[in-house]
Design a protein around this ligand. Structure first.
Ligand code: FES
Length: 141
């Protein structure tokens, strides 16, 4: 058992490993997601773990992004790189999303971006801050 530091975490992705999802590639999906997260340099901010049946078996394969409150559906192992990208950029992937939490609760209405809960004392991840600085420099030239 690991003792992972959670203070840098922004997304915890629970990938269903219930029977129905497993029959539809969930094991490989989880493996590919872990790899995609590592390849994008997101290991400190995105945690991928397995979970039991999420009670949305018709949506196989399913995953939930906590605390953003995004429920993913119809995932297959080849979706892993794009899903990692969506999570990194906080973009919404409507075709693969069943519900997103907003101020009213869980909704099927898709917002333009995903709300991110940054660790205490931070407003934007370091990577984003650097991008923003570069954009400002370009504008002033
Ligand atoms: S087995 Fe994945 S939602 Fe039920």
């Amino acid at each position: 058992m690991g003792k992972r530091d959670l203070s840098t975490l922004e997304h915890h992705l629970f990938v269903c490993q219930g029977d129905t999802c497993k029959k539809n590639g969930a094991k490989q999906l989880r493996k590919n997601l872990k790899q995609a997260v590592e390849e994008r340099g997101l290991k400190k901010s995105v945690l991928v773990t397995k979970t039991e049946c999420l009670d949305r078996c018709n949506d196989k394969c399913t995953a939930v992004d906590y605390p953003a409150g995004v429920w993913y559906k119809d995932l297959n192992p080849t979706d892993a790189p794009k899903l990692a990208e969506m999570i990194e950029t906080n973009d919404v992937w409507p075709e693969k999303t069943s519900y997103i939490r907003d101020e009213r609760g869980f909704s099927k209405e898709m917002p333009s971006s995903i709300k991110v809960f940054y660790p205490e004392g931070k407003t934007k991840p370091e990577k984003e801050k650097k991008k923003t600085k570069k954009k400002k420099k370009k504008k002033s030239n």
